[in-house]
Design a protein around this ligand. Structure first.
Ligand SMILES: [Zn+2]
Length: 284
């Protein structure tokens, strides 16, 4: 597919993608007409196999595929059960929070108990979109915090324009042992709060964007022991592929940007992130 980004130079030390959506990439879920990136990803007709092969060819040897509603969570958990090097997250996304009924949450908790499911997410708060009311979002987020604590799985947080409330809810509920801010979008000040609380910050494509200096400042603050890297594929491709579908094989571009910001060799950052992966998601 000529429209797809070319593969970057392979990493010399392996790393993993802490957050992507295999089901959207392979077209298991129909992309909405208002979602050109997901449509383009699906037009590329990738398969789980080809996505994993492309990723491994550049040193991205493992990934976490993340659910956003009940069918998506089930699908991702099943794929993780079948595929070596794949773990899943299960949750109801804040944009779907109105769907978080007690019955649905009970099913999410049952899925979260499966061995190949290593995260409760993505959950959190999204004040950019008003698809679900704030009340529904808060109730759903708090319920997911409790599920993460009961199951001992990592809490993977979607925080869009809701930094203060996300931090407040975590403090009020008592944060689970392992907390990840997915596609970290805060500034350096917030990064300091995350460091203090021991929350992991997972950096995605936007850290490479010219106008996102605040994200690079946050990455400077974040110690390697609390950093993760992700694609959020098929969304948020790194420079120079903005507007095209993202995939785990583009992780090296974001990783190298982070290494440059940190002033460390990419291999060292890959090693730190891989170790963090074991801390957060367990042995692979
Ligand atoms: Zn996501």
């Amino acid at each position: 597919m000529s429209k797809l980004p070319v593969a970057p130079e392979p990493l010399s030390s392996p790393v993993f993608d802490s957050h992507c959506h295999l089901d959207i990439m392979v077209g298991n879920r129909q992309a909405s007409s208002g979602d050109p990136v997901a449509q383009a990803a699906q037009a590329a007709s990738a398969t789980v196999r080809s996505i994993l092969d492309d990723a491994r060819a550049v040193g991205v040897t493992r990934l976490v595929t993340i659910g956003y509603d009940l069918p998506s969570s089930r699908w991702n958990a099943d794929v993780a059960a079948q595929q070596e090097g794949v773990y899943a997250g299960v949750a109801i996304h804040p944009n779907e929070a109105h769907a978080s009924t007690p019955e649905v949450l009970a099913e999410i908790e049952a899925l979260a108990g499966r061995p190949e499911v290593r995260a409760v997410g993505e959950t959190g708060l999204d004040y950019y979109r008003d698809w679900a009311s704030k009340d529904d979002q808060h109730a759903s987020f708090r319920a997911h915090v409790e599920i993460a604590k009961r199951t001992g799985k990592a809490l993977v947080i979607h925080d869009r324009e809701a930094h203060d409330d996300v931090l407040r809810v975590l403090a009020e509920e008592g944060a689970p042992e392992k907390v990840v801010f997915h596609s970290y979008s805060g500034d350096a000040e917030m990064a300091k709060k995350c460091v203090e609380a021991g929350y992991f910050m997972s950096f995605s494509g936007p850290v490479t964007y010219k106008n996102a200096g605040y994200l690079r400042e946050a990455a400077e603050v974040a110690p390697p022991e609390l950093m993760l890297v992700e694609t959020d594929a098929p969304y948020l491709p790194p420079v120079p592929h903005r507007g095209k579908p993202n995939a785990p094989y583009l992780i090296p571009l974001t990783l190298r940007c982070l290494a440059e910001v940190k002033g460390v060799h990419p291999d060292r950052l890959c090693e730190a992130i891989s170790a963090n992966g074991v801390t957060v998601f367990g042995e692979w």
